[in-house]
Design a protein around this ligand. Sequence first.
Ligand code: SAM
Length: 295
Amino acid sequence: MNNKITFVDMFCGIGGFHFAFNNLGAKCVFACDNNKYARQTYEFNFKDIEPELFENGYFAEDIVKVDPDDMPDFDIFCAGFPCQPFSTAGYRKGFNDPNRGNMFFEVLRLIKAKRPRAFFLENVKGLTNHDNGRTFHIIQEKLTELGYSFHYKLVKGTDHNVPQLRARTYMVGFRDETTEKSTFVFPESEPLTCTLSDVLGGKCDRIAARALMTMGWAKRIDSPFNWSVYMVDGKEHLITVDESRRLMGFPDSFKFPENMSMSNRRIQLGNAVIVPAIQATARKIIEYIQTADIA
Ligand SMILES: C[S@@+](CC[C@H](N)C(=O)[O-])C[C@H]1O[C@@H](n2cnc3c(N)ncnc32)[C@H](O)[C@@H]1O
């Protein structure tokens, strides 16, 4: 892979995108997150890998305050942006900036200003039918208006050999091409050879975990909202933080700062992206940029 491919990691959390692109030889040149604890974990993991990121203001906090002139140029804009409803009605009626502060419009503002070669956005499964599809329609429309193609796919952890369901909407686009003419394709699914039993170290009643969440960890096994207790070797087992890390596909080298509370560790993992799933699409984006000759 070409070492010169650069990316930004917006809403970086604990760095799921960063690990994925880093594994492909790409370089992170700017990141932002406004959560104090996620920032500590991010810096703890990446300060040796990418020291320049933590100098010169390249590790920003609130995206709303990010001035594109303060960002270096880069090839790929990555963001797992928080899903907030926005005013499609206000937007349609042309109200003056009705969605100021909405995270999607911050994404749009920075893509418009920096014009990277590609974007890679991630969001919840329900994004595509939120507000009867109107939210997703506007997202698509605004990005294509900027001169980007727009592709999307629902991707699960189990599609990339990680035994967690966690379906997410991946959105990818390339500068100066239309969706119709674009030849980009998402990666094929891979066989699931690693099961929940492999991660939890005993025989489980399920092949894959439900999506890890951020809150309410200690659920009973018979609760309809249980997502953290599984039957392992015939006994109830509450998944540990380290098992959760593996269920997100984060590398063994990933560490939390020692003083990070258990609840913050669980929240941060529950907010993250599945690294091998992101990496499979990231590989296709890098290959496409290199072969489709997007200037
Ligand atoms: C869904 S999580 C993204 C997790 C990340 N992709 C990962 O792998 O860990 C969304 C992140 O957006 C951050 N966030 C929310 N509002 C923000 C803002 N105004 N500026 C910067 N970051 C923000 C949250 O702190 C959270 O870490």
